[in-house]
Design a binder for this molecule. Structure first.
Ligand SMILES: Nc1ncnc2c1ncn2[C@@H]1O[C@H](COP(=O)(O)OP(=O)(O)OP(=O)(O)O)[C@@H](O)[C@H]1O
Ligand SMILES: [Mg+2]
Length: 233
């Protein structure tokens, strides 16, 4: 079953088609890796899924509806975007409390998610003093607050140390094993090879490969397959 659907999604900025007629699906209970060179259109496509950018044509759907039609979005979709953020004087715990309050989520869940992302010890520090990796963990904590069934993650391993990256891999796998669905962008192909079930690769906004990782890699490493797809001889 498809939980996220891109249907002929096009997003133009002026004459530039950041996403160009993208049709693809993310299956339930699987980790789908979303890959492409810098500027390929990954973040733009993910922002369309989350209702943060409006398509020029086509659509991006979650369980068959637009993000803005979802009644309780935090409980349906958890998102990590690459936009930075958390550069303010509030603590990690307060940041979570504010989001939780908007969705009627109990305080006990804040402690749970802090524990899940291993940020409990730093929870009372101001986020502007957080390292990049700590900010990423806090973003993940926000995404987890509503215990959602779908995750849209834009470069969630950005800034994580090798221990954090290995932890994230296990963490995503556990979420998928629970039947949750994950669409995750990354440039860390060697790492993602061991993390994802399915692959979507775009270049200049266009889909150039899609499917189970073994079908796309065809015996090559994910990195080799990627390079040959985006830089054909
Ligand atoms: N708000 C915007 N206004 C104008 N152009 C934009 C805007 N957002 C993105 N673009 C352009 O759209 C294209 C796709 O950008 P996008 O950020 O989606 O790529 P990406 O695949 O996420 O790249 P990266 O791997 O570097 O994160 C780029 O050419 C970018 O300059
Ligand atoms: Mg991006």
């Amino acid at each position: 079953m498809a939980v996220i659907e891109f249907r002929a999604l096009t997003k133009k900025f002026g004459q530039n088609a950041a996403v160009n007629n993208l049709t693809a699906e993310v299956e339930q209970g699987r980790i789908t890796g979303f890959f492409g060179p810098n500027g390929a259109g990954k973040s733009t496509a993910l922002r369309c899924v989350l209702g943060l950018a409006s398509p020029t044509s086509g659509e991006a759907l979650i369980d068959g509806v637009h993000y803005r039609e979802i009644k309780d979005p935090l409980r349906k979709v958890g998102a990590v975007l690459d936009s930075g953020g958390f550069n303010h004087g509030m603590t990690g715990r307060t940041s979570l409390k504010i989001v939780a309050a908007t969705a009627g989520i109990k305080d006990a869940r804040i402690e749970e998610v802090l524990d899940l992302v291993e940020l409990t010890q730093a929870a009372d520090r101001r986020t502007k003093g957080y390292s990049l990796g700590m900010k990423q963990r806090l973003s993940l904590a926000v995404a987890l607050l509503g215990d959602p069934e779908i995750f849209v993650l834009d470069e969630p391993s950005n800034g994580l140390d090798p221990i954090g990256i290995a932890w994230l891999r296990g963490f995503l796998r556990k979420l998928a094993d629970e039947g949750r669905s994950i669409l995750v962008s990354s440039h860390q192909l060697a790492e993602m090879q061991h993390t994802v079930d399915d692959v979507m690769i775009i270049n200049y906004g266009k889909l150039i490969a899609e499917g189970p990782i073994a079908d796309v890699a065809k015996g090559r490493s994910l990195e080799e397959a990627f390079l040959q797809l985006v830089m054909p001889k």
